[in-house]
Design a binder for this molecule. Structure first.
Ligand SMILES: *[C@@H]1O[C@H](CO)[C@@H](O)[C@H](O)[C@H]1NC(C)=O
Ligand SMILES: *[C@@H]1O[C@H](CO)[C@@H](O)[C@H](O)[C@H]1NC(C)=O
Ligand SMILES: *[C@@H]1O[C@H](CO)[C@@H](O)[C@H](O)[C@H]1NC(C)=O
Length: 306
């Protein structure tokens, strides 16, 4: 039984809204002729899935399931899709410096693009936002299908982009269809991987003798799970608080049920936490809390070994 780091969960609630965003950052050096430093990270539903290694000019997968995908034939298609997304409507940092009359200093061009997709309603939105030195510069208005400049220096660019019908059609096709298609495919890949590799782990924890006992289930996929308590073999739902299901970094889920019963009661009666997931049942009996050493109490609370 190992310790569960349940304190570092991502503090957002799981929703059916999926988000696929690439954040591209380009920074020039102090020297005029210096090659800009580039970084590009892509995040799917809050989870980083790949990054661009500018030195070797390659897209590097981040998650296990992405690595698996990267070793297959379709990754080439994904890479091409990504490269095209990046190349379309790209601005050079040197052009930006010129427009702002800057000859030196460290400057940053940042771009966030991608799409989100609601798998319940089917609604999707594409976005492409450009910023210079931390301020909004240009953004794509998908409703009107045109680019908007936030500052006068952006006008030459938006005028050029908005007058190119071929490019606008291309952008429309990308953000409305291709991008959402890729969210779909990536989610399917992740799902298949997590279903076969997701490992449900259950532990009982307590911060100190007077605090509630937590029954913590983690590492499961898909998200549907039930956590119940038994008192002397009978269903017990008093003094029980079932928390929301939360996503883990790796795409699996976690959920906690707390039991607020004083220790003298659970030392007298038998309490069992029952976790059911995909036809599998794990039972944890609440027994005397055993600690390995006092430091563990301070940092992790108490873990019950049962
Ligand atoms: C998608 O993610 C990006 C980056 O994290 C964020 O700025 C954007 O607001 C998100 N979109 C939605 C609809 O949540
Ligand atoms: C840059 O310099 C030009 C010519 O000197 C001037 O017309 C323009 O207003 C300047 N732009 C900014 C942002 O300072
Ligand atoms: C319009 O955009 C396409 C695709 O990005 C490009 O190949 C073409 O040169 C552009 N045309 C003009 C007139 O800028």
């Amino acid at each position: 039984m190992k310790f569960v780091f349940f304190f570092i969960y991502v503090p957002f609630v799981y929703s059916e809204l999926h988000n696929f965003t690439t954040t591209y950052t380009e920074m020039n050096g102090q020297m005029v002729a210096e090659i800009p430093e580039i970084s590009s990270v892509t995040v799917l539903d809050g989870q980083p899935i790949d990054f661009y290694d500018a030195e070797i000019k390659k897209l590097i997968p981040r998650q296990d399931w992405m690595k698996e995908f990267a070793s297959g034939g379709r990754f080439k298609e994904y890479t091409e899709f990504r490269e095209r997304l990046q190349r379309t409507n790209e601005i050079s940092i040197h052009v930006l410096m010129e427009r702002f009359n800057q000859t030196h200093g460290v400057h940053t061009y940042q771009r966030m693009y991608g799409c989100d997709w609601d798998d319940e309603t089917g609604d999707s939105h594409g976005f492409d936002e450009h910023a210079y030195d931390g301020k909004n510069f240009i953004s794509l208005d998908m409703k009107e299908l045109r680019y908007i400049a936030y500052v006068p220096q952006g006008l030459p660019t938006t005028t050029k982009w908005n007058n190119n019908k071929t490019q606008l059609e291309f952008v429309n096709q990308y953000y409305r269809h291709d991008c959402v298609g890729w969210i779909h495919r990536l989610l399917t890949l992740r799902k298949t991987n997590l279903e076969t590799k997701g490992i449900l782990e259950v532990s009982l924890l307590q911060m100190d003798r007077s605090s509630p006992v937590l029954c913590h289930a983690t590492g499961f996929y898909p998200s549907a799970v039930t956590i119940t308590w038994l008192r002397n073999g009978q269903n017990y739902d008093e003094d029980v608080d079932l928390r929301e299901t939360l996503p883990n970094e790796d795409g699996t889920f976690q959920k906690t049920s707390t039991l607020t019963v004083p220790p003298d009661e659970w030392e007298k009666d038998q309490f069992v936490c029952v976790v059911e997931h995909m036809g599998r049942t794990i039972r944890k009996i609440l027994t005397e809390c055993k600690m390995k050493n006092s430091a563990e109490w301070c940092f992790y609370g108490c873990v019950f070994y049962s």
